[in-house]
Design a protein around this ligand. Sequence first.
Ligand code: UT7
Length: 322
Amino acid sequence: MSRIIGLGYYAPDKVYDNAYMEKIVETSDEWITQRTGIKERHIAADDEFTSDLATRAALNAIKDAGITAEEIDLIILTTVTPDYFTPSTACVVQKNIGAVNAAAFDLNAACSGFATAMTVADQFLSNGTYKKILVVSADALSKATDYADRGTCILFGDGAGAVVLSDEKGGILSTWIGARGEGGDKLTSLAYREDAEEVEKRVSHDKSTVWMAGSEVMKFAVKIMAEAAEKVVADAGLTWDDVDIIIPHQANMRIVESAAKRMGITTDRMFVNLDRYGNTSGASIPIALCEARDAGRLKKGDKAVLVGFGGGLTWAAALIEY
Ligand code: UT7
């Protein structure tokens, strides 16, 4: 009962390419390309924060929807790099865009944030509570990256993606969200908790950075992405033949390829832009969705599977009709 009526994204101008990464850590363009498929990532300026990226993406989505900010009833913003713990980044965006009639809250499902927020939004739209919801996923992961850790710093980039959802029939056909908290220690970012063991794991011993057991997260990702994607297709009573495009979380080309293989589909049915953005956390799916539409790969009436995984550990998938 909810349809995407507007799409928008934003990525900062500054770019770190693989040649730059070679200068700051012991790595090579060849290693990064073969192991991840990433060539460059966008990086926020020192005075540019998650809410700034989110605001630009939100304004682009609102313009694309052809509505005014006053028409929005709710803003759900997903991020793991908020400007503040309070106010929520959703409230900062509400102020910035003048969505004076909107309720606003942040949601944390890490890289699974976008499809999770779509799932939540769909409930409010389907039960008649709201008519228009803005979902924004934004992260400035560069602020939380340990640039001495070659296992993570080559992966992350900054960006934001947004959609306006309206209470129209069709749209979101099925969703599945899930969590496996026992794997939470595989991908961590510390808040107030004192945890010497966690700090010790970080190459720079800097509490404010993200740490990840990369290959273990990768194994989880391949399995769960295939399982989640297959489930939303089956739950909608469809088969892969009915699906026009798959938009996976843009973490690593090897994950995308292995997940496609498990799903029994060819990789060319997936939309991939991770070579130009790296992993932008929750923003990766809406940025890709927007680029797929702009490239003519997602047309009105097309069916798309959105599927992500991430910290928590979490996963989220949605089958949508655009
Ligand atoms: O949004 C959710 C976030 N999670 C993810 O995206 C997780 C995805 N995980 C990955 O993308 C991969 O695990 C990585 C790309 C991070 C690493 O690839 P891998 O094939 O799992 O490599 P590995 O961690 O098992 O490391 C293999 C080797 C190690 O060297 P030794 O111990 O074999 O000598 C690493 O030290 O590769 C080394 N290595 C690097 N070498 C050159 C790790 N990072 C680099 C690097 N350049 N940047």
